[in-house]
Structures are given as structure tokens and as C-alpha cells.
Design a protein. Structure first.
Length: 89
């Protein structure tokens, strides 16, 4: 079990790297097989439009900058940008 004591975005990035490293280690030890010909698709909804970029010291587009915000979230652009979801359909 892992815990991360950091802001949400940073904690997710750290735990994501641990997950990838654990996968690599388990594959090297023969405990995990990842088939190259198997694809498990999923549909992600309500992606955030922006996330905090520590290097820039502000919010930046989470994906490509041409994704529009969901209309009902537009009022949060100036007050709470992390609440704004992207309309990336």
C-alpha cells in the first residue's frame, strides 16, 4: 500500500511513476506478463481542462490547448480553474 502526501496532481504523478516502475520490475522477475497484442480500452470522462504547472507557477492546458471548457464550468476559469472540465469529445 502506498500513500502520497502532496498536492493532488503531484501525488498522482508520483504514484503513477511508482505503478510503471513496479510493472517493469514485475515483468523482469517473470511475475507479470503484458501482452503486446491485447488492448483494454476505456472511456475517460470529465477530464480536467487545466492542471497546475509548478515550473510555470500557474495553470496550463492538461492536454492540447484547443480543448474547449464545458460551458457550465466557464465561470470557474478565473476563480477556480482546477474545477473546469474539458470538452474533449
Amino acid at each position: 500500500m502506498f500513500f502520497a502526501a502532496a498536492p493532488w496532481e503531484k501525488a498522482c504523478a508520483i504514484l503513477g511513476r511508482i505503478r510503471l516502475e513496479a510493472s517493469t520490475l514485475l515483468q523482469k522477475r517473470g511475475k507479470l506478463t503484458v501482452r503486446a497484442d491485447q488492448w483494454n480500452f476505456l472511456w475517460v470522462i470529465d477530464f480536467p481542462l487545466m492542471s497546475y504547472d509548478e515550473e510555470r507557477g500557474g495553470y496550463a492546458a492538461t492536454h492540447h490547448p484547443f480543448t474547449a471548457p464545458i460551458l457550465e464550468d466557464v465561470p470557474f476559469l478565473d476563480t477556480d480553474p482546477k474545477k473546469v472540465r474539458g470538452s474533449a469529445l
